[in-house]
Design a protein around this ligand. Structure first.
Ligand code: ADP
Length: 475
């Protein structure tokens, strides 16, 4: 753990293992932090806040620029750690490290643009001044599916704003987190500004963040279930929260769309990270008139996807993170097939050769999916594409919005009017129109409804770490 500028063991001396999900083998040990370790990290962050929050934005940016340069210089090593610990193919891991570094650079710049404002008063002897100030110590909890970029997406804006942070990474990917904090150490951030507490049992760390009054903000990326628990736990102190939670993205292919182009887009975005992404398409609505060519193109692309270790050439499908995820996906597929879905390709765990040692699920296409099936409502987080044929475009918005989630959505159409109707009517924080990658450090990412609170990236992202203060001056 990295606390107050030092690498420390847990106070209990306990450790836990990290595993390679492609082989099931242990790959490293890290400290199993408990509540006492979290308190120690909060002590350090609270102390560091006094000085860090008083530095100029230019001084703080200097460290973020440095961290960005170091991360880019170390890209290959970081990508290898990620592929080994999280499983994604090495090229995808490289892309993620680059995306993670983007946040450091973007917020090094945005930190200098935390503008206040003056407001004209109705009284000639009064002046209003609005100041934006860092909220204080931040407690951050990050997931395993994007184990590096989800860290920088929180740390960069928090530090740029003048906050200090204690971060607890997912128990499945602590080595990625340690590697990122080694970069922060090398970048020379003052002691206590960025602290890392690894833990096998996340509950006590989360509770400590919620109950310690010095932590003024909790930022979380993970499941909706845990997000709701944190929201409840934050209520007694009215702690500020940012939550990036689950999704159930509709992927709408309109009648006028090019079915081959849409199928290509779907094959690319659905199987990224083996479907373990909160913005992964989960309900694919395809107009019946173009269903046949769409499915044919999709099937030919998907059945060619090679599964295996992310280090092997040509591999596009890495393992799932653990057996529990594998079982959940298997249950959803079985349930859909039992209720009448047709299995176009895939549909089972992969066990050929060495694959049986890891957690591999075959890239899968289901057609004739309907609303009776659990996959229609539950987040999948796996390489399964559920296709739902439809006839009437007037029903599209109601069908797509019929979910408690509201993170990402996708539309394929060549009709500008339809594009606008759907863009404006979809109740999702992110809408990709003929675009499968509507994400960037410069763009606000986040969900509506039960997909979360707040936004990450862009100027909205730094706003999450700032308080607004009004000054009224009688002169
Ligand atoms: P998933 O099921 O995809 O692992 P989680 O929401 O359980 O999603 O995990 C996301 C992050 O939330 C991880 O860092 C995990 O350790 C953390 N987490 C899980 N349960 C809790 C909890 N009760 N309190 C605080 N953090 C938690």
């Amino acid at each position: 753990m990295f606390i107050n500028g030092q690498w420390l063991k847990a106070q209990s001396g306990d450790t836990f293992q990290s595993y390679n999900p492609a082989s099931g083998e242990p790959i490293g040990q890290v400290p199993a932090g408990k509540s006492a370790d979290a308190v120690k990290a909060i002590d350090a962050a609270a102390e560091a806040f006094l000085l860090w929050s008083c530095q100029t934005a230019y001084q703080r940016s200097h460290f973020l620029y440095e961290a960005h340069a170091l991360m880019m210089a170390d890209l290959e090593r970081l990508a290898c750690i990620m592929t080994e610990e999280q499983g994604k193919p090495i090229q995808a891991a490289r892309n993620e490290v680059k995306y993670g570094a983007d946040f450091l650079l973007w917020y090094a710049e945005e930190g200098k643009r935390v503008y206040g404002r003056t407001i004209p008063s109705a009284r000639s002897d009064q002046r209003f001044l609005v100041l934006r100030q860092p909220v204080g110590v931040v407690g951050a909890i990050t997931p395993w599916n994007y184990p590096i970029s989800m860290i920088t997406r929180k740390v960069a804006p928090a530090l740029a704003a003048g906050c200090t942070i204690v971060l607890k990474p997912a128990e499945a990917t602590p080595l990625c987190a340690s590697a990122v904090f080694e970069i922060f150490e090398k970048a020379g951030f003052p002691a206590g500004v960025a602290n890392l507490v690894t833990a096998l049992d996340p509950g006590p760390i989360g509770e400590t963040f919620l109950s310690d009054f010095r932590v003024r903000k909790v930022t979380f990326t993970g499941s909706t279930t845990v997000g709701k628990m944190l929201a409840k736990g934050a209520a007694p102190q009215l702690k500020r929260l940012s939550l990036e939670l689950g999704g159930h993205a509709p992927f709408i292919v309109c009648r006028d769309a090019d079915p081959l182009h849409a199928a290509k887009g779907l094959a690319l975005v659905k199987f990224l990270n083996s479907g373990q992404a909160c913005i992964s398409p989960n309900r694919i609505f395809v107009h019946t008139e173009i269903l046949k060519p769409f499915l044919a193109e999709l099937t030919s692309r998907v059945s060619g996807l090679k599964a295996g270790s992310g280090f092997d050439a040509g591999v596009r499908i890495g393992p799932l993170i653990n057996e529990r995820e594998l079982d959940k996906i298997d249950r959803q597929v079985q349930d859909a097939v039992a209720k009448g879905a047709s299995l176009v390709t895939g549909g089972c765990r992969l066990t050929d050769g060495n694959l049986g040692r890891g957690f591999f699920f075959a890239p899968t296409i289901l057609s004739d999916v309907n609303s009776d099936m659990s996959i229609y409502r539950e987040e999948t987080f796996g390489p399964v594409a559920p296709v739902i044929p439809y006839d009437n475009e007037d029903d599209l918005l109601a069908m797509a919005n019929d979910t408690h989630y509201g993170l990402a959505s996708y539309v394929y159409t060549r009709d500008l009017k339809k594009a606008f109707r759907l863009f404006e009517g979809l109740q999702f924080g992110i809408v990709g129109i003929n675009d499968i990658n509507p994400t960037s450090a410069a763009a606000p990412f986040g969900g509506m409804k039960e997909s979360g609170l707040g936004r990450e990236g862009a100027s909205e992202g730094i706003g999450e770490y700032l308080e607004t203060k009004l000054g009224g001056f009688s002169i």
